[in-house]
Design a protein around this ligand. Structure first.
Ligand code: GLA
Length: 381
């Protein structure tokens, strides 16, 4: 992004509440952390305008890709921490709550992880040894700096049973507990999370509850469940979200919304998950706004964001953090998933780093709460 955009970002009057520039992390300071997922252009500050925006607006960061197995541990015995160190350094310098994402997943993990030296499927012992080495090396390196880890990502299928990943097939069901035990040994102070999409569906939510209870029975402390939050204009409903927040908080586990974005584009299917391997062919009618979002749709998106944050605010005592998956619309993965080359508008900042009506709507959900509070306190003030 160019200097002109930076100037625009800094000079714009974000007048949401009482004339002061609106800042997400300040607006929600008493409620939950506000995060963004970053790529290297943010934390290496090559995109200085967006890096400025991140520092101004967010108090927690997640890495889009640089801590995934394929980035950090590309070959046996070979670790590459150059970008991950920059990511963590950015968070430390700016005093942010730094998230590690993720340790154990079936995507973005190289094929060699699941094979022996001859290219045959690895044995249980070999894969467990690799898992332990990976977790100890990565978690150990950032001990005291990364405050919470997505230890296992997307272990469940849509029916709530364990997804038949190579982890499950080779190690067996206890791969999940092993991952949490290794992570806890590697950094006893770090919070450990379970992160998945579609947990607002009853069957998958019930499966996650079973999984969490098993982990708790084995002495694992799960600090929070991450609802990824890849949402659209109608899903999930308030009831869906409320049911899943309740289900997890009943177990004594906090909830975080870890990868929030709201897709306004027409869907190629009824699918409401975020399986990154899913692909559909491009069709013009599925990319209706290549030149900009019409005002009416912009307002609908703002309303949808307001509705979601009103739900989050209602449950603010159960919610630890709300993290957006990206910073501006231009950098969102939804420009290329599940259809390549679309123009998507899922975040609070537009392609020039300008706050959208959705930004104001989100800020206003805290204002609304304060107004109610002030009204109820008027007699004592
Ligand atoms: C999943 C993963 C993230 C990311 C997003 C899409 O939800 O957890 O790491 O890959 O998909 O970009």
């Amino acid at each position: 992004m160019k200097l002109t955009c930076l100037t625009a970002i800094l000079s714009v009057a974000w007048s949401a509440v009482g004339g002061a520039p609106a800042v997400l992390k300040d607006a929600f300071r008493k409620d939950f952390l506000i995060g963004a997922a970053l790529n290297s252009s943010h934390f290496c500050e090559t995109n200085s305008a967006e890096a400025t925006l991140v520092k101004q607006q967010f108090n927690s960061i997640s890495p889009e890709d640089v801590l995934k197995w394929e980035s950090v541990h590309p070959a046996p015995g070979k670790f590459n921490f150059s970008l991950a160190d920059r990511y963590v350094g950015f968070g430390v310098t700016n005093k942010m709550f730094i998230i590690g994402h993720n340790l154990i997943w079936h995507e973005q993990t190289p094929a060699w992880v699941f094979q022996d030296e001859a290219g045959n499927p690895a044995s249980r012992d070999l894969l467990l040894a690799r898992m332990r080495e990976h977790i100890f090396t990565v978690v150990g390196r950032y001990q005291g700096k990364i405050r919470g880890w997505d230890v296992v990502n997307e272990a469940l299928g849509s029916d709530g049973t364990l997804h038949p990943s190579p982890w499950l097939k080779i190690i067996g069901e206890d791969y999940v507990v092993k991952a949490y035990q290794f992570a806890h040994e590697a950094d006893p102070q770090a919070e450990l999370y379970y992160n998945d999409f579609g947990l607002e569906h009853a069957a998958k939510c019930a499966g996650a509850v079973v999984l969490l209870k098993k982990l708790q029975a084995q002495g694992v402390h799960i600090a929070a469940v991450g609802l990824q939050g890849h949402y659209n204009m109608i899903w999930p409903t308030e009831e869906d979200l409320t049911e899943s927040i309740k289900a997890f908080s009943t177990l004594g586990v906090k909830v975080s919304i870890t990868e929030l974005d709201v897709d306004v584009l027409p869907s190629a299917s009824n699918y409401t998950g975020a399986d990154i391997s899913l692909k559909f062919a491009a069709r013009a009618e599925l990319n209706p706004y290549p030149d900009g979002l019409p005002g009416a749709v912009q307002q609908q998106l703002a309303q949808r964001y307001a509705d979601l944050f009103n739900i989050f605010m209602k449950h603010r005592h159960e919610i630890q953090r709300v993290t957006f998956w990206g910073v501006t619309d231009g950098g969102s993965w939804l420009n290329n998933w599940p259809i390549r080359g679309r123009t998507s508008y899922p975040l609070l900042f537009d392609r020039n780093g300008q706050p959208k009506p959705a930004f104001e709507a989100v800020i206003h959900t805290t204002h609304a709460k304060k107004l109610t509070y002030t009204e109820s306190q008027t007699t004592t003030r």
